[in-house]
Write a protein that binds this ligand. Sequence first.
Ligand code: IPM
Ligand code: MN
Length: 360
Amino acid sequence: MQKHIAVLPGDGIGPEVTEQALEVLKAVEQAFGHQFSYTHALVGAAAIDATGNPFPPETEQACREADAILFGAIGHPKYDNDPKAKVRPEQGLLAMRRKLGLFANLRPVQSYPALSDMSPLKNDRLEGVDLVVFRELTGGIYFGEPRGRSENGESAFDTCLYSKAEIERIAKLAFEAAQRRRKKLTLVDKANVLATSRLWRETVKAMAPAYPDVTLDFMFVDNAAMKLIQQPAYFDVIVTENMFGDILTDEASVITGSLGMLPSASVGDQVALFEPIHGSYPEAAGQSRANPMAAILSAAMLLEYAFGMAEESQAINQAVEQVLAEGFLTEDLNRTNPQTTQAVGSRIAALVKESVAAKN
Ligand code: IPM
Ligand code: MN
């Protein structure tokens, strides 16, 4: 199948982990007889340095013309301690989400038995952890207007705003995902305090009769934060607003044992974007120490969700599990005998090719 991928490596460790994801995609092309084409484009600090804009029009164009987007990471420390910086790399990420209409962010979290000792949670709590968070990505307090400082500068304000339509379109995806999974959906909100949360509850409740096979429950976000640690296996599909989702997915990510394992997908009306959730990790940039697995698993998500290539995606997932079992891992997962980013990527690519050769 001829498919086109926009590749946005971005900042920090983004380029090196994305390169390994591309290695693995090339292995898939070879092993399964596909042909993908790739357009590289700038985003984040890399794009500010080159053009002054963290999401330049050429990059937007490349994204719109692609069948899927593979994204690395955004962020650079030189902007973090400068509250006066006029453009920030993160604005590129927010602009990209908004302009491409990527309204739902899917963040799956599963426990890998091979990593159970790396998790901060006790082993018995990890059993059966397999959840996915549907985080709303283009609304809420991240984008609501008005926002800013009062005239005398002594106060500041943000606006949390949601429409029914914004809630319905992501809730629909979450209900449908629950139907394909263990048929349980939890809406996380703060309906005891916030008007937007009450609208979320009312809207999602009204949709429930259309999904009679799905059990819907509601949880306040503070309670959900606790439950994620006490009993993470309780959850199947979680749906929540932008900022709650941001916070809860970072929390959920440590359950696995390494942030370096978690892929994500951002979907909307058109092209979908796939990215590791670990961010740019500038301290490790260019040192070949970053775990490429989250980027590689994001490529697996891309194949399944954007191209409908379930078997190809599965081949990558299995190769990752095998490498985990072998202990052939970067320093975040193997302190005594760490491998490089490139070595782990190449090993996974080789296993993908081997698994297919073995079948033929
Ligand atoms: C994420 C990040 C972003 C967010 C930042 C970098 C703007 O934390 O993708 O979760 O808050 O959405
Ligand atoms: Mn975040």
